[in-house]
Design a protein around this ligand. Sequence first.
Ligand code: NAD
Length: 336
Amino acid sequence: MSRPVRTAVIGVGHFGRYHAEKFARLPGSELTAVIDINGERAQAVADAHGARAYTDFRDVLGEVDAVSIVTPPMTHYAIAEACLEAGLHVLVEKPITDNLDHASALIRVARERGRILQVGHLERFSAAGSVIRDIVTRPLYVEASRIGTFRPSANNDVNAVLDLMIHDLDLILDFVSSPIEWVHAVGAPVFSSAEDIASSRIQFANGCVANVTASRASLRSERRMRVFQDNSYTSIDFLNKKVRIVRRVPGATMNGIPALEIEETSYGDVDMLEQEIAAFLNSVRTGKPPLVTGEDGWRALEAALMITRSLRSHWQMIGEQTFHPRGAVVGRAAGE
Ligand code: NAD
């Protein structure tokens, strides 16, 4: 495709407006349309970038080549399916959908139509993502935490596992590269009706274990991961963009204790979203498979739903209803 890719962003709330900014700025993309069921919002973002505003995504199906879907997770499937069926390339935000059957259906339609389906697991485009890929060869034990403040959003329909933890699940599944054997998880709703805090232990078939925590019920923000392997560990502070690698020096001891060397580096600011969208545009132009495929999105969703089921199994079942131990009736897990 030699002419610019005609692009559109569907859903321009908190995060979608950044997608629109990138599509408007990146070479090889012509931001043609901005769609939001909130017409004023769509108009404001469209005006900022010289695009046309719509309130129904079906009105642009014949006018663009590729879309970003940045709407609430419950809506991803219906929108993505219609766009792929219409022959558009799709970048859909995480989680790919809220249930596995729908995720499989999107993968199938993309394959049948020969279209790119990329999922918005942003952290893969961070410098930390490539540090992990370079350094981690045989992970044995992983600790990850992703903690933030509560922000009222459409994402509160899904729990902190599908909202936040899924970023770490995608990274971990990518570098552990082994099926999950079992998960055990706990969590609780705090400010919304879904679990705002969750902690899980994941056992992989190759013996690796991961302890992963996510919370959107905190006053502070933290995003850290530590990966332990034979003779070294790597600690990543995603927020402050710092990496520390602690290695055993082969054969060296100090007073009979194995000598360690510590390497600390900072990595510069990488605009992850810009990288992600540039990679998507490149896949659209060249047909090259995306770095984060529909199948990757499916695997991360599968893990997130296993964790959700595990943490809900600790709640009391009374008749047909599930009760939180505090007594409040809570909804069913997304996708169950
Ligand atoms: P938000 O509630 O701020 O915005 C969602 C927007 O979608 C709203 O403006 C809403 O009016 C619009 N919308 C809803 N249904 C629509 C429809 N059928 N057609 C068109 N517009 C529609 O939510 P948000 O925080 O921007 O999150 C949106 C998506 O982005 C979610 O899937 C979320 O998981 C994802 N997200 C990803 C990251 C990341 O780091 N990758 C960060 C934030 C959000």
